[in-house]
Design a protein around this ligand. Structure first.
Ligand code: ZN
Length: 195
């Protein structure tokens, strides 16, 4: 039952990968995926994901629906501390690894994470060695990156971040649900806030 929900989410992610040249060009779909059977870890953000997700597009709705269905069974993480980002941020933010070195589907080839931020959150400047590509599933946010113009992205939008390029994100009225693809070295290293 639970694996079927993850299989659905993975199939929907794969369909969107196949449909979106920016994602296809960033990283091929991994061919070493195997279900890992990780335990659920439910954070406060899961209730927000289910009760107030952002609006999807027609293209992203299957993935949006599949991620909301799997949310109560995912191993959600925070990475950041309350001292770094504040209690309100932690109450309405969370991510889990759909595929990757420590994902619900194990892969050594890439890392695909799912991230949710509630409305009115400021995800401060941060960086990490792997390159990443954000793919917006539903809702919207303003994406900021050092050396580039800021852009508001909604469902179907993508945003590339170079290795160790500082970036930030701000949600306004809407929450945002994203799929994030990673490539490069140190895929198992979590982002850190810039100092
Ligand atoms: Zn990042």
């Amino acid at each position: 039952m639970t694996q079927a929900l993850f299989d659905n989410a993975l199939a929907a992610a794969r369909a969107m990968h196949a449909d979106t040249p920016a994602i296809r060009d960033f990283v091929p779909w991994p061919d070493d995926l195997r279900f890992a059977g990780r335990d659920a870890r439910v954070l406060p953000s899961v209730s927000h994901v289910r009760s107030a997700p952002g609006a999807p597009s027609a293209q992203t709705r299957p993935l949006h629906d599949a991620l909301i269905a799997v949310a109560p069974h995912a191993e959600w993480r925070h990475t950041y501390t309350e001292a770094e980002v504040g209690a309100d941020f932690l109450a309405r933010f969370g991510w889990f690894e759909l595929a990757g070195p420590a994902g619900h589907f194990r892969s050594r080839q890439t890392r695909i994470t799912v991230g949710y931020w509630g409305p009115g959150l400021h995800y401060d400047w941060h960086e990490h060695p792997p390159e990443e590509l954000y793919s917006v599933v539903s809702g919207s946010a303003l994406f900021l990156a050092e050396g580039e113009a800021s852009v508001t992205l909604g469902p179907g939008g993508t945003r590339f971040h170079k290795s160790n390029q500082r970036h930030a994100m701000i949600t306004d009225q809407s929450p945002i649900l994203t799929l994030v693809y990673w490539r490069g070295d140190a895929l198992d290293h979590d982002p850190r806030m810039s100092r």
